[in-house]
Write a protein that binds this ligand. Structure first.
Ligand code: SF4
Length: 355
């Protein structure tokens, strides 16, 4: 069968193979592709091939621990922890023993990182203290996921033992959240300035977001040098203010994951998607977040007993889809194919011509 695709899309995919990244208009053209079209499969094939070659078939597992639940006064509209969501009426702080036990279990399952998430008002000093404790218990790299920070606070987080900082300029920032775009961008600069790795995701995507909004955040992630930046969909909890808008499907998510992979070019060390599912592992994703503790997508305080997926389940999905969770992580300095293998774009192209 001779497989011809739209020449304009073909040109964009050919450019993407050079790992130079895509611009917003090119990403928008890909985001608008019909899900039933051959072009979508060509897009996903290109993203899949690039990721598997660049990341060496590694399946990354970054274990999320949400350390506290509270009716959060910041009231982001997509978050089940928001006070106005009416899901949680009391604050819960998981005990140090419980958090240490989760971290040890993550290490025992060969997780590549531990993401420590707090709600918006959690004391940064407590987060740093927790990191100091965790550093004595596990040697898995720690990633903070908390409020906006200053340079001084970034340096303190680094001293406390964090290697990375997850921080997203969200879709609908300032509209669905009380935070300004400028404040979020400033924190991203702080993260880079102090030497923390910036971890990002284009999130939380729903049907209400335009291709232009989504493409803008994808390109921003490349320009600011994200260690990873895939796509997470918004998950509606019962009673969510955005319930009437609906959610995107995993198939739509996989199309976006592929676009963001091509946008990122040779910048990332991994490519994430959330929540864990198979389709995006054929569209350039290689990073999952198993979860315990608080989650902004759950009605249950410990999402490990709710929506959260286990490390074992994530590892199983990787194995089923031909990725290896036991290889060393690419995110924390073990491997940089951009430096070690300048012939990579040529090899990716050659693989394509042989296909
Ligand atoms: S996303 Fe964070 S800051 Fe916003 S309501 Fe939820 S916990 Fe609070």
């Amino acid at each position: 069968m001779h497989w011809q695709i739209n020449p304009k899309i073909d040109n964009i995919l050919t450019k993407a193979q050079d790992l130079a990244g895509l611009e917003e208009s090119e990403a928008c053209a890909l985001l608008r592709l019909n899900l039933e079209s051959r072009e979508v499969y060509a897009l996903m094939e290109t993203a899949n091939r690039i990721s598997r070659e660049l990341f060496g078939q590694k399946g990354e597992t970054h274990f999320h621990i949400g350390v506290n639940v509270e009716p959060c006064p910041f009231n982001c509209r997509f978050c089940s922890l928001a006070a106005t969501a009416g899901v949680f009426h009391e604050s819960i702080e998981f005990s140090e023993d419980e958090i240490v036990s989760w971290a040890r279990s993550a290490q025992a399952c060969s997780a590549d990182a531990i993401n420590v998430m707090t709600t918006g008002t959690y004391e940064l000093a407590s987060l740093m203290e927790l990191a100091r404790v965790l550093k004595t218990e596990v040697n898995t790299p720690l990633v903070a996921n908390t409020r906006d920070i200053s340079h001084r606070e970034g340096e303190q987080l680094l001293d406390a033992g964090f290697s990375g900082f997850y921080h997203a300029l969200r879709l609908g920032e300032g509209r669905d959240t009380p935070f300004t775009v400028e404040k979020r961008l400033h924190t991203i600069e702080v993260i880079r300035d102090v030497g923390l790795l910036w971890m990002n995701c284009v999130e939380p995507v729903g049907p209400e977001h335009s291709p232009e909004e989504i493409a803008h955040l994808m390109v921003l992630a490349r320009k600011h040098g994200a260690t990873y930046s895939g796509v997470m969909r918004r998950v509606n909890f019962p009673g969510s203010p955005l319930e009437s808008v609906g959610m995107i499907s995993e198939r739509e998510l996989a199309r976006m994951v592929a676009v963001s992979r091509l946008v990122m070019g040779n910048i990332p060390k991994a490519h994430c998607t959330h929540e864990p599912h198979s389709a995006s592992l054929l569209a350039g994703a290689n990073l999952f977040f198993p979860e315990v503790g608080a989650s902004p997508r759950d009605r249950i305080a410990d999402t490990g007993k709710g929506r959260g997926r286990s490390v074992d389940m994530c590892r199983r999905l990787f194995t089923e889809m031909g990725l290896n969770p036991d290889l060393p992580s690419n995110c924390f300095g073990h491997r940089d194919s951009r430096e070690t293998d300048p012939a990579l774009p040529i090899r990716i192209k050659r693989m394509n011509s042989l296909a």
